[in-house]
Design a protein around this ligand. Sequence first.
Ligand code: AMP
Length: 190
Amino acid sequence: MNIILLGPPGAGKGTQAERLVAERGLLQLSTGDMLRAAVAAGTEVGQKAKAVMEAGQLVSDEIVIGVVSERLDQPDAKGGVIFDGFPRTTAQAEALDALLAEKGMTLDAVVEMQVDDDLLVGRIQTRATETGGSRADDNAETLKARLKVYHAETAPLIEYYRKTGKLKTVDGSLSIDGVTEAIRKVLDGK
Ligand code: AMP
């Protein structure tokens, strides 16, 4: 099963992806995690991505698509993937369609986690406190930039995937367990 988790920053995509990994043995493909690792390792990709990420802007489609393509070629991607934080632009969604077709993979569902902006600001502030500010982009100022980018660049993907008939929307303002249950229902149709 290959699934996309779609939603604004702070919607809980990472948390729900981890649960899907545990329950369904899928691979979590988080472009944010991969880019943070590249920044920490000081690779060429990391050097290009660092300032852009700190500003809450999007890393170029070319870089992100390259990172995803390489990751999908590793054997552990064959058992199913949860795309967490990718795609984030229409160009990335089109590239993903092409990559999946090329690699003989199919997309089963796109789960949209719907959360109002007001609630997200509070959640990001909590995450910044809990993680001791370990993410350079977890602060109110950067969140505003990230939300703006989400609405301008990523939200159009909701329509993109609605047209494919694969879009499933869950209420991301529920408790963590509540969202997990809602995702289980839309994926299993129960
Ligand atoms: P995330 O952990 O998914 O919130 O991503 C953190 C940051 O990494 C984002 O604010 C972007 O700067 C960058 N990033 C992650 N995924 C993507 C993507 N698919 N396209 C462009 N930039 C991305």
